[in-house]
Design a protein around this ligand. Sequence first.
Ligand code: ADP
Ligand code: MG
Length: 289
Amino acid sequence: ATPTSIMVGTGRAAELGVLFRKGDALQQLQQAKIIALDKTGTLTLGRPELANVTTINGFDRDTVLRLAAAVEARSEHPIATAITRAGPADLPPIAGFESLTGLGARASVDGHDLLIGSPRLMAQNGIDLSALSQQADQHAAEGATPVFVAINGQAAALLTVSDPVKPGTIEALHRLHTMGLTLAMVTGDNALTAQALADKLGIDHVTAEVLPDGKLATINALRDQFGELAFVGDGINDAPALAAADVGIAIGTGTDVAIETADVVLMSGDLRAVANAVEISRRTMSNIQ
Ligand code: ADP
Ligand code: MG
């Protein structure tokens, strides 16, 4: 690659909303065999909404939402924001708040012990979900994320949240496929939820229920299996994967840590810019030969 052609490619990319941090990244992206993408905030808007509430064991919807919203008001996760928005404006005070990264949260509210989060979190705490699990799987198979609420050690409710796919995602993935790339999703979300979305989007390979420190290992395993890898992500917990990928691509609407770690930064959240980036890298490199 001549310095001039790299400069021209980098300039053209910038016009299309893609910032190549180093000329190296332009060369490496052209060799990518697989593009792995984070789900929440990357493929989806990252702004989930509460869809359904199912209560059991004598708990009612208003009580569950009031208590759960109070706990989640202290969490930063987008699911927590969705639950807080669905609760009343006037929330009870909480004590002993604990954020359980990649799992959920717990706290004491009005003298009740509240636990909110994934099936894995409930299993770890010995909560019996048998009365809710069939319904949870049904919602998950339709692409919604099941979130459980336990009160004083007893299952109280199943909440489902759904996060719309971003405009541009379907077209972007279609273009990347047409260019011969394998597409993979890497997410902390429920396996059924992730697979439902992957099927809808035509994603080839899904790794789900990955704990935050597991994304890096997933990226390394995918690279061993498929070859040169680019990873696209937006979150704090995507930073290790962005650093480990042959090309790390951060969404411009993402967290500062992700943006600082990446080799390539998209100026918007629109994934069509990833397809533009691959096209430009291939064109730039083929002009040189
Ligand atoms: P991702 O951002 O890739 O979807 P995370 O690792 O942040 O994954 O979270 C994984 C799962 O943990 C979520 O899908 C959800 O089930 C659960 N979870 C995490 N934080 C919370 C929270 N504050 N409230 C409820 N559930 C949560
Ligand atoms: Mg994300």
